[in-house]
Design a protein around this ligand. Structure first.
Ligand SMILES: NC(=O)c1ccc[n+]([C@@H]2O[C@H](COP(=O)([O-])OP(=O)(O)OC[C@H]3O[C@@H](n4cnc5c(N)ncnc54)[C@H](O)[C@@H]3O)[C@@H](O)[C@H]2O)c1
Length: 339
């Protein structure tokens, strides 16, 4: 039987780490990516780690005909992990149609092809952004979905609804949405990691770039939040732990262990860290002071978000093992190795 998995967006930050874990578990991997937010060099990084070159197709998933042709050709794909999407929250506010087209059309085209199969297993990259500012912490999967703060966030909510509605009427489709908290870090080999194009939107690449001297100063958005030190709290999860959660979810579907044909899991560590704690930990691992400045709050930031991971721990048999310190060590090693 085939063990071929399609990873869309597999040259991106999270996708590339998932490809490594899939290959380590003996899966054959086909990557589709249009390189809109990644580099072809990532393929070399993956291959250097696993000693196995994944199959790569440069393809834009907005091209419906190309998607149809791909599935006609590659009929023995037994699972799809769908990462391909645009992910910059701020950009999505200015370019909503680009986000709705890229994040929703691509999803629909793939699901349409999966419905033609006898059975299909589908994993979707969702986000804790669907919870907005949750009423209580830690956040469980049954916490209410809040009105999206951005078109990007809305694409994750609508994406989940599209999958849920499709699963309701398609018994051959089994799907899991993983709601990631805040993925950070890099592979311990430093051969793959996060490659932000332009100014980083996320805290950790901003920190490591400032640490390296590529940026003069890190801005901390607000220190007057009702938290332990006034800065926002997030659940930072090492990307390698996150990657392993995908393998666990995929195996659950392939083995037929799912109890519903659409399931949702929070993927985080269960621990919240403040921005200042992350900075302090970075200073410790890099052995240097970071130049940072507290400025005004940023619109759209929630005060605190961290996961209740009980469901993923019990049902997927998966648990985050790596610490914030491990993640920052790997992110720093990766940053230092970049030209
Ligand atoms: N990084 C995070 O903080 C985070 C948090 C929650 C959810 N997510 C979701 O996880 C997924 C992966 O995120 P990431 O951080 O690895 O992003 P990324 O930008 O590094 O990876 C996405 C990849 O998809 C590719 N891509 C985009 N549009 C495509 C298209 N039309 N056709 C083919 N390829 C296309 C890009 O070139 C890129 O390589 C995304 O769906 C994102 O929304 C990310």
């Amino acid at each position: 039987m085939s063990n071929k998995i399609l990873v869309t967006g597999g040259l991106g930050f999270i996708g590339s780490h998932v490809v490594v874990e899939l290959q380590n578990e003996g899966f054959e991997v086909v990557i589709i990516d249009n390189l809109s937010n990644s580099s072809i060099d990532v393929l070399k990084g993956i291959t250097a780690i696993t000693k196995k070159q994944p199959i790569f197709e440069k393809l834009d998933l907005r091209d419906k005909t190309a998607v149809i042709d791909f599935f006609k050709k590659d009929q023995d794909i037994i699972g799809v992990i769908h990462f391909a999407a645009s992910k910059a929250v701020g950009e999505s506010v200015n370019l909503p149609l680009l986000y709705y087209e890229n994040n929703l059309n691509t999803l629909i085209y793939i699901l349409q092809e999966l419905l033609n199969k006898e059975t299909s297993n589908f994993i979707f990259s969702s986000s804790c952004t669907v919870y907005g500012q949750a009423d209580s912490l830690p956040i469980t999967e049954s916490a209410p979905i809040k009105a999206a703060e951005s078109p990007y966030g809305n694409t994750k909510q609508i994406g989940e609804e599209i999958i849920r509605d499709t699963c309701k009427v398609s018994e051959n489709l089994k799907a899991i949405a993983l709601r990631y908290f805040n993925p950070i870090g890099a592979h311990e080999s430093a051969k793959i990691g996060e490659l932000p194009i332009g100014t980083p939107q996320n805290l950790v690449p901003f920190i490591t770039q400032t640490g390296k001297g590529l940026r003069e100063q890190l801005f901390v958005f607000g220190d007057d939040y009702p938290t332990k030190d006034g800065t926002c709290i997030r659940d930072y999860i090492h990307v390698v732990d996150l990657a392993k959660a995908h393998v666990a979810a995929l195996k659950r579907l392939i083995d037929g262990d799912n109890t519903d044909n659409y399931e949702v899991f929070n993927i985080g560590t269960g621990t919240g860290s403040s921005v200042l704690e992350v900075i302090k930990t970075f200073e410790e691992v890099s052995n240097q002071k970071l130049n940072y400045k507290i400025i005004d709050r940023r619109a759209g930031d929630v005060i605190a978000a961290y996961a209740d991971t009980t469901k993923a721990n019990k049902v997927l048999g998966w648990k985050a093992k790596l610490s914030l310190k491990d993640a920052l060590i790997s992110a720093w090693k990766w940053e230092k190795g970049l030209n």
